[in-house]
Design a protein around this ligand. Structure first.
Ligand code: GDP
Ligand code: ZN
Length: 311
């Protein structure tokens, strides 16, 4: 026999860690391990960062409901089937981390990450880590690679975990917000967090130890409450970013420096590729829009045209 639950009595919390069949939910000060009621979430599975309602079930708790999301970071699910997946919920901003060297950066990679952030209506900041490796003329090269982004009004933080350069600036950028750190693997995301918050590695270790080594696989990364009022999300699973659900017509809005020219083209349905009287191409010719940014736009548009579902 089940007792009806008064919604006002329902326990609520935030998912800080997600495994295949189990979530860690922060309820007040206590992390609680909860099962996920399977059929509830077939259509809309919970993600790290989600606020959820809990119900008692036998010995423990089960997640029984999902509270409305303020924001969501989505990607196309890996594999061939075209499906979207919410990676993180209730995120304020994306911190894109790249390395000055090792692994090398390409504008195409930067733009792909930025477009995903913009398409999800998330603010984005850029961290260029490993600046200690940018010696001599390489430093100027790196800074000029990121100049178009500064001109497009993105904050770019140059940093090095090795030397400590820029770390305070990065910390200030995190305070009071829920940030998700994304970027290629090996750029130093974990190193940055450990350098900013000494002792964090210990906490992360403790959390994973509580759930039996290797028994569960994290699927959605995790959310960490940091001293000084910052929350940081880590998405271990963010390997392949797709442009799922970005209609090709919306793509120009994902490039902030295109905004002043949108609506100025001769044709209403201008794709800003080769059309006569295109205000974006005009701005490009005048050097007001960076060539590599427009190249990325062209490539990503082709991809969006291919993947956006035609109803
Ligand atoms: P993640 O995959 O993005 O989390 O990257 P990690 O934090 O695991 O770092 C990858 C490698 O880069 C490690 O060997 C780090 O020691 C190294 N690394 C991290 N930050 C720096 C840095 O500022 N300078 C240099 N030279 N190496 C760094
Ligand atoms: Zn145009």
């Amino acid at each position: 026999m089940t007792t009806p639950i008064d919604p006002l009595d329902q326990l609520k919390g935030q998912i800080i860690r997600l495994y295949a069949d189990v979530a860690t939910v922060q309820v007040g000060d206590a992390p609680v391990e909860c099962a996920i009621r399977g059929k509830l979430f077939k259509a809309d599975p919970p993600a790290v960062g989600d606020y959820v309602a809990l119900e008692e079930s036998g010995e423990g708790y089960v997640i029984s409901g999902l509270l409305p999301r303020k924001s969501a970071l989505t990607r196309r699910a890996a594999g061939s089937t075209v499906k979207s997946q919410v990676l993180m919920a209730n995120i304020d901003q994306v911190m894109l981390v790249f390395a000055a060297a090792n692994p090398p950066i390409t504008p195409a990679k930067i733009d792909r990450f930025l477009v995903v952030a913009e398409a999800n209506r998330l603010q984005a900041q850029i961290i260029v880590n490993k600046m200690d490796l940018a010696v001599g003329p390489v430093e100027a090269e790196i800074r000029s690679l990121f100049r178009p982004y500064e001109q497009a009004d993105y904050e770019v933080h140059y940093a090095s975990v090795r030397t400590g350069e820029g770390l305070e600036e990065v910390r200030q950028g995190l305070v009071g917000k829920v940030s998700v750190l994304v970027g290629p693997s090996g750029v130093g995301k974990s190193s940055l967090l450990n350098a900013l918050y000494p002792g964090l590695d210990l906490k992360v270790g403790q959390v994973s130890e509580a759930y039996g080594k290797g028994r569960h696989t994290t699927v959605g990364g995790y959310l960490i409450n940091l001293p000084g009022g910052a929350q940081v999300a880590d998405t271990a699973g963010l390997r392949e970013i797709g442009l799922w659900m970005v209609p090709p017509e919306e793509l120009p809005y994902c490039f902030p420096e295109f905004q002043p020219y949108l609506g100025e083209c001769r044709f209403n349905d201008c794709a800003h590729l080769t059309e006569p009287g295109c205000a974006i191409l005009e701005a490009l010719n005048q050097g007001k829009i960076d060539l590599s940014r427009h190249e990325s736009y062209t490539k990503l548009r082709a991809e969006a045209v291919e993947t956006f579902p035609r109803w």
